[in-house]
Design a protein around this ligand. Sequence first.
Ligand SMILES: C[S@@+](CC[C@H](N)C(=O)[O-])C[C@H]1O[C@@H](n2cnc3c(N)ncnc32)[C@H](O)[C@@H]1O
Length: 204
Amino acid sequence: MKKKKEHWEDVYKKKTDNQVSWYQVVPATSLRLINELQLPLDSSIIDIGGGNSNFTIELQKMGYNNLCVLDISGLALMRTKEKMGDAANAVNWIESDVLDLNELNKYDVIHDRATFHFLTHEDDIKKYVDVVSDAMIKGGHLVISTFSLTGPEKCSNLQVSQYSFSKLSLLFKENFVLTSSFNEVHTSPYNTTQDFIFCVFTRL
Ligand SMILES: C[S@@+](CC[C@H](N)C(=O)[O-])C[C@H]1O[C@@H](n2cnc3c(N)ncnc32)[C@H](O)[C@@H]1O
């Protein structure tokens, strides 16, 4: 079986934005949730598994100026940097497995859409919860979106985990309180649909 990094580099080598199911021209729900938090524009915001998402591009246009994108794929980061042009110089780019992120009390917001659900082993899931808990300031916000119980069982040829609101909340209950949650049906660029949940947690 291919290693995780190799798998994702291969995806971004072979597929354009419109050929991957998760692509959104405007990640409207994520942006709305950030807006609703009413944060100062210098809040530190990281997009975990940002990939080819336009989330950070749009946040920068809205005036946010302390942005970071982490992805295991260097090609994905490169693609987003190219879309941004010179504006990319103002963003912090981290090419890494999220499980290797080692930062303390750094972020006001951690955003993850469609990355966490690729973790399927209990130890990795626990590690992710620890990494995110450590990387966030107290009072910070975790905006996370995963496949729901009725969502796909596989994505990009990889097995995924599916979540209900309670299953996700239970994982984060030690350090986070759930502040909002809802379902969303995502329509892919080729008109298939995928059931997601969105949860916003606040760090205790
Ligand atoms: C389904 S895509 C979602 C991309 C983006 N978040 C979006 O909503 O459009 C998953 C992304 O997570 C990245 N990824 C997968 N596993 C990862 C890991 N363990 N650490 C960091 N990034 C990872 C992949 O390279 C890919 O860009």
